[in-house]
Write a protein that binds this ligand. Structure first.
Ligand SMILES: [Zn+2]
Length: 200
């Protein structure tokens, strides 16, 4: 039998390979780097992982990331609660924030409707959206969803549902990259799409 890494290192490689975008060679390279660190870097990495695992959750109101410091969006009293921007993923909040153009609040669906992947309305945070529109007296809901098939389908569903309420529903303007999520749009494109939003 040819000699391989010791068992502990092989286990580390197995765990690292679970990370997105990490193949076998990258995982081995990272493991070897960790073996060679003698300055506390690995302990700091380990502590950071444990802390995120223990502390980071999704805000029960908006669905954005929170730790023990609370939700940076929901606790910001300078935001206009009458404007609610609906996005698919927590990271989409960051994409919109980086445009510097939106001062309302967010509602993260935590997914999008997809018959192929068996994602139905009850599987994403739509109930909470209805409740917030009423409790916060929301006047405008901006649908900032991806321009792929699932994002479009989710937008149509929400526009129809919200159209029955006394709330204005808009969506991002064209100019968004076709077939992608918000993370594929550069901040300028996203800023224009937000400013030129139209009725959904
Ligand atoms: Zn929140």
């Amino acid at each position: 039998m040819p000699v391989d890494f010791p068992e502990s290192v092989r286990e580390l490689v197995v765990q690292l390979r679970k990370l997105p975008g990490i193949g076998p060679r990258s995982a081995e390279r990272m493991a070897v780097w960790m073996i060679h660190q003698r300055n506390g870097s690995v302990a700091q990495l380990s502590a950071a992982l444990t802390r995120v695992d223990n502390e980071v959750q999704l805000c029960s109101a908006c669905g954005f990331f929170v730790d023990h410091g609370g939700c940076a969006v929901c606790s910001d009293t300078g935001r206009d609660v009458r404007m609610l921007c609906v996005v698919e993923q927590p990271t989409d909040v960051l994409s919109i924030e980086r445009t510097g153009q939106f001062k309302g609040r967010y509602h993260v669906l935590g997914g999008r409707l997809s018959p192929l992947e068996n994602v139905a309305p009850e599987d994403i945070r739509i109930d909470g959206l209805n409740e917030r529109i009423i409790s916060d007296n929301v006047e405008e809901v901006i649908l900032a969803l991806g321009s792929d098939v699932e994002g479009e389908a989710t937008g149509h569903y929400l526009a129809e549902m919200l159209g029955r309420k006394s709330v204005k529903v808009t969506r991002l303007a064209q100019g968004m990259p076709a077939g992608g999520g918000l993370e594929h749009a550069d901040p300028l494109t996203l800023m224009r799409a937000l400013n030129d939003r139209r009725d959904a």
